[in-house]
Design a protein. Structure first.
Length: 251
């Protein structure tokens, strides 16, 4: 017996396997559902921002679900941008926008919605972080665990232990690269990268001069017993290609 199911998303018939998440089925069929806490690098989805809510009508009942973690279990009709969804999504954008008023992306994503009536909400000054947890997830996936969410309530934030430089941080920028709102700040010169209260020496490719990463991140990648590379992956591949061409030339 087949587990394939046909569902309708915004009037488009889509085929999926039982248990697939609505968000993934929609994306595969070219239907865009907005989200802030979803990243393709991770299989474990946190459903923190809830911006990806959709309306599901099944067996005569309608409900609002979070599409990135809602598995399809049968034929249904899904609406990603109904009037009800627009209203509830506007509330979510408003809450996130006041949590992180400096996050320009939230304003851009919500510009087509009616965002009036939320003036009573209190904003957190100079904040960009929406506490989606992607940065912590990225750090943990590398096995470093240098950052985590700390404190509670309105004081909750992402930080290193006691806001001190973490000996486990390798300065790889994985956390900053997955952050949807640019909340993780860092600076970089030709030789030094600074992030999470710590300075890291940068390693450069001996051939092209491009930055290969921090000494700590490269060491973490090759392992404690591995030899640190002197050239970047691009130059290594180019050198290998040249060596192979030279070999074939004389065969």
């Amino acid at each position: 017996m087949s587990d394939m199911i046909t569902v309708t998303i915004d009037g488009i018939e889509c085929t999926c396997e039982k248990g697939e998440y609505i968000y993934d089925v929609a994306k595969r069929n070219g239907i865009k559902i907005p989200t802030l806490c979803r990243h393709d690098a991770f299989e474990d989805h946190r459903a923190c921002c809830r911006i990806c809510i959709v309306e599901v009508e099944q067996r005569g009942r309608t409900k609002v679900v979070t599409s990135c973690v809602y598995p399809i279990d049968g034929e249904c009709e899904i609406r990603t941008n109904s009037e009800r969804i627009q209203e509830e999504r506007a509330v979510l954008y408003a809450l996130l926008g006041h949590r992180a008023p400096e996050a320009e992306l939230i304003g851009k994503m919500s510009r087509r919605l009616d965002m009036s009536g939320f003036e009573r909400l209190v904003s957190i000054d100079n904040e960009k972080c929406i506490l989606c947890g992607l940065c912590v997830q990225a750090c943990n996936s590398l096995g470093t665990g240098a950052i985590s969410t700390v404190l509670r309530g309105t004081e909750k934030k992402v930080a290193t232990p006691y806001d001190e430089p973490s000996k486990f941080c390798v300065g790889c920028l994985s956390c900053a690269n997955v952050c949807p709102t640019g909340a993780i700040e860092y600076s970089q010169t030709d030789t030094i990268r600074t992030i999470w209260h710590r300075d890291f020496e940068l390693l450069h490719c001996a051939e092209c001069g491009e930055v290969m990463g921090t000494a700590e991140s490269v060491r973490h990648a090759v392992g404690p017993d591995g030899e640190l590379p002197t050239i970047c992956d691009a130059c290594r591949k180019k050198r290998l290609a040249n060596e192979m061409m030279a070999t074939y030339r004389y065969v």
